[in-house]
Ligand binder design. Structure first.
Ligand code: HEC
Ligand code: HEC
Length: 409
C-alpha cells in the first residue's frame, strides 16, 4: 500500500482521536495538588502503610495454608490466598481461574443454586459442586493482582464518578454502589473484582476467605452450601462466636497486607525504548485511555472511607497511580452474563481491568482466552468499537509500538 495513503489514514485517524481525547480530557486534571507517584516495585517491600516487619508477618498470613482443622471448606477453591495471587511475587495474579454459572430467563439473571461461584473442590467427594442443568450461563474468571490495591481503595468515590461523567455518552462506564460489609447499611463506589463488586479490601477479604477457602469469618458467618444443599454434616469446625472459623481474624490481616503492597512497576528498559514511548502516545491518541485511565490521584491522607471504618494513611493518601483503569463497568462485547452487585443492567459488562503489571500475565481478559495483548485488543467491540476502529487504522509499525508500550507495563 502506498505510504501517502497510509499517512492520510493515519492523519484522519489521529485527528479523530485527538477530538476524542479532547472530549475525554474535560475532567479536572488529577495530580496537581503536589501529589507524588505511588511507590512501585515487585520487591516485596511495604509501601509504608505498615512497618516492613508487620508487612512480612501479614504476608505470611496471606500465604498460610488452611486445612480442615482450621475450617477449610466444606466446599472451596484453594487453601490459601497466595495459591491464586502469586505472580511474580505474593499478591500478583496467576493463571488460576474460577467458574461462575447461572440462568438467564430473557430478562433476569438468576444465580446458580448455592451462588454463582461454583467451588471446584470439596473436603468430601459427595459435596463436590457441579453446574446443574438449566444453568446455561457459564463463565471463567481469571485471578486478579492485588498489588497496589491500597491505592485503589484510597480513591475518592467522587474521582471515579467524575471520570464516568467525563466519558463520551457511548463509552460512559457504570458506577456501581456496593455494600461495605464492615459498615452495615453503607455503600461506596465499587472498584475491585471483574464486576467492581467491592469497594473495601476488608470486605473483599471476608468474601474471598468464605468463598475461595471456605472459612467463615466475622463479616460472613454463614457457610457456603453445595449446589444449594447443606454442608453441615461434613463441617468439622463449628462456626462458634463472632469470628466464625476465623478465630484470629485473619481477614483483617489480609486487608492490612494488601493495603501495604506497592504498585506494580514497569519494565524500565522497555519503557525507555523509542517504540514504547511512541506507543504510549498512540495509546492515548486512539482513545484507549478513555477507559484505561492513565493517571488517578488518591484521596488526601486523613480522609475517612468505607462507611467511617478506615482512614486513609499518609502512605496511601494523595498518591498518583498509573493503573490504566477507570474502575467502571463497560460492555465491550465480551460480557460474561453474570450479575453481581451492579444489578441486571451490568450482566454483560466488565470492569476495565487495570493494565499495570500486564507483562506478568499470560492469559488476558476476564476469561483468560486471549494469550497476547494484541488478541485482547482485537476482542474489544461494543462501547470500544470506535477506539478499535482507530486502532485498526494504525500502520503495522504503530501497532507494534503500542504493543511495545503494553509489554512495558
Ligand atoms: C481460587 C483462587 C483464589 C483464591 C484462593 C483467592 N482469590 Fe482473590 N481473586 C481470585 C479471582 C478469580 C479474582 C477475580 C474475582 C472476580 O472478580 O470474580 C480475585 C480477586 C481478588 C481481589 C480483587 C482484586 C482487584 O484489584 O480487583 C482481592 C482483593 C482478592 N481477590 C483477595 C483475596 C484474598 C484476601 C484471598 C484469601 C482470603 C483470596 N483473594 C483468595 C481468585 C482467588
Ligand atoms: C470502552 C472502554 C474501553 C476502551 C476504549 C478500551 N478498553 Fe481495553 N478493556 C476494557 C474492558 C471492559 C476490558 C475487559 C474485557 C474482558 O475481560 O472481557 C478490557 C481489557 C483489555 C485488555 C486485557 C487486560 C487484562 O488484564 O486481561 C487489554 C490489554 C486492553 N483492554 C487494552 C486496550 C487497548 C490497547 C485499548 C485501545 C486500543 C483499549 N483496551 C480500549 C475496556 C476498554
Amino acid at each position: 500500500m502506498g505510504t501517502s495513503q497510509q499517512n492520510f489514514r493515519w492523519i484522519v485517524g489521529v485527528s479523530l482521536a485527538s477530538l476524542l481525547v479532547l472530549i475525554a480530557s474535560r475532567r479536572p486534571l488529577e495530580g496537581q495538588n503536589g501529589s507524588i507517584d505511588a511507590p512501585n516495585g515487585f520487591d516485596g517491600q511495604t509501601n509504608g502503610a505498615i512497618s516492613q516487619q508487620d508487612f512480612v508477618q501479614a504476608r505470611l498470613t496471606f500465604e498460610e495454608r488452611d486445612d480442615i482443622q482450621k475450617g477449610l471448606g466444606p466446599v472451596y477453591n484453594a487453601q490459601s490466598c497466595v495459591e491464586c495471587h502469586q505472580n511474580p511475587i505474593t499478591g500478583g495474579a496467576s493463571q488460576v481461574s474460577v467458574l461462575r454459572a447461572g440462568h438467564f430467563d430473557g430478562t433476569n439473571f438468576f444465580d446458580h443454586p448455592g451462588g454463582s461461584l461454583i467451588q471446584d473442590r470439596a473436603i468430601v467427594a459427595g459435596l463436590q459442586e457441579h453446574v446443574l442443568a438449566g444453568n446455561e450461563v457459564r463463565a471463567f474468571r481469571m485471578s486478579l493482582s492485588i498489588l497496589g490495591d491500597g491505592f485503589i481503595e484510597a480513591i475518592d468515590d467522587r474521582t471515579i464518578m467524575d471520570i464516568a461523567r467525563s466519558q463520551p455518552a457511548n463509552m460512559r462506564g457504570d458506577v456501581v454502589q456496593v455494600p461495605i460489609l464492615e459498615a452495615p447499611g453503607t455503600t461506596r463506589v465499587g472498584r475491585f473484582g471483574w464486576k467492581s463488586q467491592h469497594a473495601s479490601l476488608l470486605s473483599f477479604s471476608a468474601d474471598a476467605y468464605l468463598n475461595e477457602i471456605g472459612i467463615t469469618n466475622r463479616l460472613l458467618l454463614l457457610e457456603n452450601s453445595s449446589n444449594g444443599n447443606s454442608v453441615a454434616a461434613a463441617d468439622r469446625v463449628p462456626d462458634r462466636g463472632p469470628s466464625g472459623e476465623d478465630v484470629d481474624n485473619d481477614v483483617d490481616i489480609f486487608a492490612q497486607f494488601m493495603r501495604a503492597t506497592k504498585a506494580p512497576s514497569r519494565d524500565d528498559n522497555l519503557a525507555r525504548s523509542a517504540d514504547a514511548q511512541a506507543g504510549a502516545t498512540l495509546f492515548n491518541a486512539v482513545g484507549c485511555n478513555t477507559c484505561h485511565v492513565t493517571d488517578i490521584t488518591t484521596a488526601p491522607a486523613g480522609r475517612v472511607i468505607n462507611g467511617g471504618t478506615f482512614t486513609v494513611p499518609p502512605a496511601l493518601g494523595n498518591k498518583t497511580i498509573h493503573a490504566y483503569s477507570d474502575f467502571l463497568l463497560h460492555d465491550v462485547g465480551t460480557g460474561d452474563g453474570i450479575v453481581q452487585n451492579g444489578g441486571q443492567s451490568t450482566r454483560n459488562k466488565l470492569r476495565t481491568p487495570p493494565l499495570w503489571g500486564l507483562r506478568t500475565r499470560s492469559r488476558l481478559m476476564h476469561d483468560g482466552f486471549s494469550v497476547s495483548p494484541f488478541d485482547a485488543i482485537t476482542r474489544h467491540g461494543g462501547e470500544a468499537i470506535n477506539v478499535l476502529r482507530l486502532f485498526n487504522t494504525l500502520r503495522d509499525d504503530q501497532k507494534l509500538a503500542l504493543i511495545a508500550f503494553l509489554n512495558s507495563l
